[in-house]
Write a protein that binds this ligand. Structure first.
Ligand SMILES: N[C@@H](CCC(=O)N[C@@H](CS)C(=O)NCC(=O)O)C(=O)O
Length: 204
């Protein structure tokens, strides 16, 4: 994990708007942790964008943008980016922001995989599968972040790590009903409480 500061840059943002660019378009799903990272970055930077909520990965408009059918995908003028990390890097470059934390939890609880587990093993195995892999990741994260955490995951300012962790925590607790005890995850629980109080995080 590496991290550097997530900062908004209002002057770069307005320069971008003055170039006559149309508002960015984000293909997103309300419950998608990958989409929420991007929505968080856009909110924290104060960037305007049209959010297109996709309810199916077979959505024809989304498939034109990302043939894999995954969200998020960002359109900025002629530029199309269909991966959350690449979008975050792009936004950082264009509206100077920053870099880097990668997730090894989200792919294992992705809808496609969880539904596949439901089909080949049994529907009752979907939740335990997701919980198992999220718990495994969180146990590691809890240890890892002990060295770095301050008010936020890697210090006293919001960094990219927070954009990954906040939506994953929300998914774990609300979607996959992971039982997170204070004794096992004191740091992640504290971070979750902190995120829930921040307007930018509440909006996604
Ligand atoms: N590497 C991609 C992963 C994208 C991804 O897995 N998106 C999920 C939502 S978080 C999705 O579209 N899932 C639909 C499915 O599983 O069918 C990214 O971070 O953007």
């Amino acid at each position: 994990m590496g991290s550097s500061r997530l900062r908004s840059n209002q002057s770069s943002i307005s320069e971008g708007m003055e170039e006559g660019n149309q508002a960015m378009k984000l293909y997103s799903h309300p419950m998608s942790s990958c989409s929420r990272r991007v929505r968080l970055a856009l909110n924290l930077k104060g960037l305007k964008y049209d959010c297109i909520n996709i309810t199916s990965t077979n959505h024809p408009e989304l498939l034109k943008v990302n043939p894999m059918g995954y969200v998020p995908a960002l359109i900025d003028g002629t530029i199309v980016i269909s991966d959350s990390y690449a979008i975050l890097l792009y936004l950082e470059e264009k509206y100077p922001l920053q870099v880097s934390f990668s997730s090894s939890i989200q792919p294992l609880q992705n809808m496609t995989l969880v539904n596949y587990i439901g089909e080949i093993v049994g529907p009752e195995e979907k939740l335990p599968w997701a919980q198992l892999h999220i718990r495994k990741g969180f146990v590691a994260l809890e240890k890892l972040l002990m060295k770095y955490a301050g008010k936020y995951a890697t210090g006293d300012e919001i960094y990219l790590a927070d954009l990954y962790i906040a939506p994953q925590l929300d998914n774990a607790i609300n979607r996959y009903k992971l039982d997170m005890s204070q004794a096992e995850f004191p740091l992640l629980i504290k971070l979750n409480e902190t995120y829930r109080k921040l307007p930018s995080f509440q909006q996604v």
